[in-house]
Design a protein around this ligand. Structure first.
Ligand code: FES
Length: 263
């Protein structure tokens, strides 16, 4: 009697004919995404050490100073990029495997055998991804503006407490400016390679040359498609870069490291 993969999947969780280390990818995903979630929540919660000189952590951008919100303003900000990542097509695959084990890997038995897809609450909410994408695009412009501000240094220098001396500003670049720049580039590559954006630009078109602005639309669609081919790579790189940018600015603000002014 032969045993098919389907038989194994329907029998028990983890049953498989695979001999490779299939569990490494979901385990690593759970570790990295879980660590990021814990760090981002903590960084948002503490509500301090998010600014140094002309630098501003991406977790706290745009800078919100309000009295009506009792918690850290970072939570008002992170809900948008958080929703964008949580509903991203790539991340859905990654965390369904890592956290829900559903399925944990191809050709490996699942803990559940009933599949409702994303047609019912809560997963039907995943269909809001396009709207989260609109917000994420706005954040690319906000973070780009932060990079611009990170080149405006006070002539009087940065004071010991990390605030900027009053008076005129001059152009300058520090290591932190480059860290913020790399971060926004990676975030832009991730955001502008979004499947939803690609469909928005190139979807529902049978013939680019038959629609208004077809040439520009086609070229934009090609650009988004080029980024989209590396969507997984940019998803991870931008996740690391956004956390590392916060860490860098935080350590400067705490006085643990000293930023180097390049010119
Ligand atoms: S599909 Fe990944 S960001 Fe839209």
């Amino acid at each position: 009697m032969t045993t098919s993969v389907r038989d194994l999947q329907e029998r028990s969780f983890g049953a498989t004919l695979r001999r490779d280390a299939w569990w490494i990818a979901p385990a690593l995903t759970a570790l990295v995404l879980g660590s990021f979630g814990v760090y981002a929540t903590w960084a948002a919660w503490v509500n301090r050490y998010y600014e140094w000189g002309p630098y501003l952590s991406p977790f706290y951008s745009p800078l919100i100073q309000t009295t009506w919100w009792p918690l850290s303003p970072a939570f008002l900000i992170l809900i948008f990029p958080g929703a964008f990542r949580a509903t991203c097509y790539y991340y859905r695959k990654a965390y369904y495997r890592a956290f829900f084990l559903d399925p944990v890997a191809c050709a490996v038995g699942e803990p559940r055998h009933r599949y409702k897809g994303e047609t019912k609450f809560p997963f039907i909410v995943q269909n809001l991804h396009r709207y989260a994408m609109y917000a994420a695009v706005v954040f690319i412009f906000i973070l780009s503006y932060d990079v611009l501000l990170a080149t405006r240094w006070p002539v009087g220098g940065v004071l010991a407490d990390g605030t900027m001396a009053a008076g005129p500003r001059e152009f300058g670049v520090g290591v932190g400016t480059l860290v913020m720049l790399i971060n926004v580039i990676l975030l832009a590559c991730y955001t502008f390679g979004c499947h939803s954006l690609r469909h928005l630009i190139g979807g529902n078109v049978d013939c680019f040359s038959c629609v208004r602005g077809g040439r520009a639309r086609f070229e934009t669609w090609r650009g988004v498609s080029a980024l989209n081919r590396h969507h997984m790579l940019f998803a991870w790189c931008s996740l690391f870069s956004v956390a590392l940018t916060d860490v860098y600015i935080r350590l400067c603000a705490m006085g643990v490291i000293h930023d180097v002014r390049l010119f």
